[in-house]
Design a protein around this ligand. Structure first.
Ligand code: HEC
Length: 249
């Protein structure tokens, strides 16, 4: 019976152990607790610029509002100006008609397509997913998205790439319907940072990591405060204990 259960367990685990593509190279992320534990504003702003100028042509980030960008270090006027670059649908007006107006800070990010069919039609049948939570939604999170963005290359001779697909060993199945989105020098960073593919990928992934978990910094701060509180409490309890037991023989 035991052997039987063991075999069944191993069988059910085997798909999990199946090796899909190369292992993900581990990157150093400046915002993780082991490093700084907070996001670098310049990095976030560069990442947002890459999203805005490159990725947003195909990918929405529907859970973000323009005013959330204040957390990246933009002031009210800058957020207003960024929002005003986009059009959103509003209405109905007094005539019962829907109309378009420039977006305001409280609006959600405007998406690139009217609906899923339009998105698929523009991308050879593939659907570019919303990127707000993508870092949480994929195994490997930031390392995976970074590897995906930088991992394109010529397909090995024994791999047949289907029409409209591109070879990318990090995507399950090895071919993806997303054209390699980053090329050297594609954006111009105002802080003078050189826009290599690796740099843009790192910055945009950092921005996506913030978007997926904007409360991370506050959580780290609260965590540190709790640790300090517990340390003080421990010392106090120790002192009290010594006092209480002082006269007990
Ligand atoms: C020209 C359109 C286009 C652009 C520009 C683009 N993508 Fe994509 N992306 C797609 C499509 C289409 C898919 C779906 C691919 C598929 O299903 O095969 C996709 C899928 C993805 C995925 C999901 C992969 C998965 O595991 O499912 C991520 C992450 C992603 N893109 C990130 C980005 C980032 C970051 C940028 C900007 C640097 C970007 N994309 C720019 C079209 C685009």
């Amino acid at each position: 019976m035991f052997i039987y259960t063991l075999i069944l367990t191993l069988l059910s685990l085997s798909p999990l152990m199946a090796n899909e593509g190369p292992t993900l190279p581990k990157q150093k992320w400046s915002y993780t607790l082991g490093e700084k534990g907070s996001f670098d504003r310049a990095e976030l702003q560069r990442g947002f610029q890459v999203y805005k100028e490159v990725c947003s042509v195909c990918h929405g980030m529907n859970l973000l509002c323009y005013r959330n960008l204040k957390a990246l270090g933009f002031n009210d006027d800058e957020v207003k100006a960024i929002a005003a670059e986009y059009k959103v649908k509003d209405g109905p007006n007094d005539d019962g008609e829907m109309f378009e107006r420039p977006a305001r800070p409280e609006d959600r990010f405007a998406g690139p397509y009217a609906n899923e069919k339009a998105a698929r039609a523009a991308n050879n049948g593939s659907l570019p997913p919303d990127l707000t939570l993508i870092i949480k939604a994929r195994v490997g999170g930031p390392d995976y998205v970074y590897a995906l963005l930088t991992g394109y290359g010529p397909a090995p001779a024994d791999v047949k790439i289907m029409e409209g697909m591109y070879y990318n060993p990090y995507y399950p199945g090895g071919q993806i319907g997303m054209i390699p989105p980053l090329t050297e020098g594609q954006v111009t960073f105002s802080d003078g940072t050189e826009a290599t593919v690796g740099q843009m990928a790192k910055d945009v992934v950092t921005f996506l990591a913030w978007a997926a978990e904007p409360e991370m910094e506050r959580r780290h701060q609260i965590g540190i405060m709790v640790m300090i509180f517990l340390s003080i409490l421990t010392v106090m309890l120790y002192l009290i204990m010594r006092r209480v037991w002082k006269n007990v023989q």
